[in-house]
Write a protein that binds this ligand. Structure first.
Ligand code: FAD
Length: 326
């Protein structure tokens, strides 16, 4: 009956979404009156197990094998499938990262169960005790809640950033169990020859406390220079709507929303962004939202804590001057 989180690590670093899932997973496990188990796969990664316990896992299953050093679909699927079949968890949660989006469906097919991809909400139905998995549908125009009543385990991939990071408890104790992994080179049909890291200056907008985001209202790529200046004065980073990204004004790493990243900073400043539902899906849980828009009826204005009606090219330079003078 246990709830499982497949923890993702890269180069020995746990991905934040795995810790977020432990927070939510604990809540689900409590509602079911069961244990929260984290599965940790890789090579020489056992030291990460304690962190998973601090973040809420009652037990960590460690799958440590040289052939799990780099992620491969075959290797990870085979190793995890075996332990799932042996222990029969009720629920399996996976982060909707590139790796999770690859692993989740393959594992679900092997286990002959369903998978709800890219969830933004999870709960337990009080009567049936089934997992309720919520995700945007029809281009983000409605939220669908999906159940998997007849198959086990119930599986979901979950978008990074939708659940808060739980507070680690340094004193927390749990069980660490090493699982024997039976993998041979011939089980893995692909070979990772080299990992080439992108030289681009990648931003992680999901970690930022302040995001200054720009949309089509900026009118050009150059408009982002103004936003960068404001963001750097506030110690933040620059985000963007999909319209700005699709126009080639800024990289996809900066995109906030349904097909971009989900963020929850302390301060989100939306400049020249109308507030389409797909954009709101990625930022509406921000602590304080300021919207700067020429149109007082733009949807973003109704969810903003502070709505500034005006031309962003007048408002932002004034804001920058005020901050510099402060
Ligand atoms: P617009 O809607 O064109 O809004 C521009 C705004 O700027 C207007 O409100 C205007 O009044 C204002 N403005 C213009 N000039 C100025 C000025 N000088 N000063 C102040 N204000 C000004 N969108 C996302 O953002 N993220 C996503 O992840 C995403 N995923 C999607 C997924 C699907 C399946 C679909 C169908 C759509 C998705 N979209 C996403 C697109 C979304 O529907 C909108 O098209 C997009 O968010 C609009 O971007 P925008 O607000 O920048 O542009």
């Amino acid at each position: 009956m246990s709830v499982w989180v497949i923890a993702e690590q890269r180069d020995g670093n746990l991905q934040k979404v795995s810790l977020e899932l432990l927070g939510k997973g604990k809540e689900l496990a409590n509602k079911l009156g069961t244990n929260l188990v984290a599965v940790l796969a890789g090579y020489e990664i056992e030291k990460l197990a304690k962190t998973l316990i601090r973040y809420g896992a009652d037990e960590v299953l460690v799958l440590d094998h040289i052939l799990l050093k780099n992620y491969t679909t075959d290797g990870y699927t085979k190793a995890i499938e075996k332990v799932v079949k042996c222990k029969n968890p009720e629920i399996i949660l996976i982060g909707a990262t590139n790796i999770g989006r690859d692993l989740g469906p393959r594992l679900a097919a092997r286990l002959k169960t369903g998978l709800t991809a890219d969830c933004t909400g999870l709960d337990i139905d009080e009567n049936s005790k089934n997992l309720l998995m919520t995700r945007p549908a029809f281009g983000g125009n409605l939220m669908a809640t999906i159940e998997c009543p007849n198959h086990r385990p119930q599986m979901a991939t979950v978008r990074p950033g939708v659940f808060p990071l739980p507070c680690p408890d340094e004193k927390r104790e749990g069980k660490i169990q090493k699982i024997e992994v039976d993998l041979k080179e011939k089980d893995i049909r692909t070979v990772v020859e080299k990992i080439v890291k992108s030289l681009e200056d990648k931003v992680d907008i999901t970690e930022a406390k302040v995001i200054v985001s720009g949309g089509r209202g900026l009118g050009s790529k150059e408009g982002f220079e103004l936003l960068k200046e404001l963001a750097s004065l506030l110690g933040g980073v620059v985000g963007a709507s999909r319209a700005a990204v699709d126009s080639g004004w800024i990289g996809k790493d900066h995109q906030v929303g349904q097909t971009g990243k989900t963020v929850r900073p302390k301060l989100y400043i939306a400049c020249g962004i109308s507030g389409a539902i797909q954009h709101l899906a990625g930022m509406q849980d921000s602590e304080y939202i300021i919207a700067i828009n020429k149109d007082e009826n733009a949807p973003i204005m109704s969810i903003a804590d502070l709505a500034i009606v005006g031309d962003l090219y007048k408002v932002i330079p004034e804001l920058i001057n005020e901050i510099k003078a402060y």
